[in-house]
Design a protein around this ligand. Structure first.
Ligand code: GLP
Length: 241
């Protein structure tokens, strides 16, 4: 695993954006796997800034997101579709028809999971997957105990993840209890992975990840099986390593 150390959140965001911009400029028809959460917001802000100032184009780019809550309308302010529109898609020249997230409103959720797997294959697989990391080591919404061979599936969120993400909702009761997430095997199929981490509360998770021991109770440790992982983390997130 290649580690890029950043001074702070802003520096992490700039370094991660530079990595992505270089990739997009080299491969303008790339398929990006995208993540939500607080961590990548600054990175998306830097991508928008670069698009405006340097003209990096997303016309040929396809995106597939890691996950989506079950039960929220696309225009619900807490849906991940809304997040992506708000932080990135509406600010760049990407074709909306080439931006995909799981449909958390699907009537048949199991069929939706299969459709999403097929879709990822149809768009040629993921060239570069952006990941955040949960405090308990979750990636996407793959909670501790998720098997390595898991594909896109429906998850019931753990109380620790619900508590961590409740800050984005008016109250914890309004937070969905389920989500659709790419599985660990889906994520590991990506040709390249860029994991972002910032802040002291991520230090134990990053320390655990860099120890490099496979552990089903710590889903991010699956990444040690992947040949091309880059971690961009700030000093605080690296303080335990
Ligand atoms: C959510 C997302 C993950 C994300 C995690 C960490 O659970 N599904 O993809 O990595 O939160 O979020 P944050 O970056 O806000 O700490």
């Amino acid at each position: 695993m290649n580690v890029i150390r950043a001074d702070n959140y802003q520096d992490m965001s700039q370094k991660a954006a530079a990595f992505l911009i270089q990739h997009i400029r080299q491969s303008p028809r790339t398929t990006l796997g995208l993540a939500t959460g607080g961590t990548p917001i600054g990175t998306y802000r830097e991508l928008v800034k670069d698009h405006r100032e340097q003209g990096t184009s997303y016309r040929g780019v396809t995106t597939v997101n890691l996950d989506e809550y079950v039960g929220l309308e696309e225009d619900h302010p807490n849906s991940y579709r809304y997040y992506m529109e708000n932080h990135l898609f509406r600010e760049i020249d990407i074709d909306r028809h080439q931006t995909y997230l799981p449909d958390g409103r699907a009537e048949d959720l199991a069929a939706e999971c299969q459709r999403y797997e097929t879709l990822i294959r149809k768009v040629g697989g993921i060239d570069l997957q952006v990941l955040g990391i949960g405090r308990n080591g979750h990636i996407g919404f793959n909670e501790p105990g998720t098997p390595l061979h898991s594909r896109t599936h429906v998850v019931t969120l753990t109380s620790s993840t619900r508590q961590a993400n409740a800050r984005y909702f008016p109250s914890e009761e309004e937070m969905p209890t389920q989500a659709i997430t790419m599985g660990i095997a889906t994520i590991l199929d990506s040709r390249q992975i860029l994991l972002l981490a910032s802040g002291e509360d991520k230090a134990p998770a990053i320390q655990h990840l860099l120890e490099g021991k496979p552990n089903p109770d710590f889903p991010a440790s699956a990444l040690i099986h992947h040949p091309r992982v880059t971690i961009v983390a700030d000093n605080e997130a690296l303080s335990g390593a």
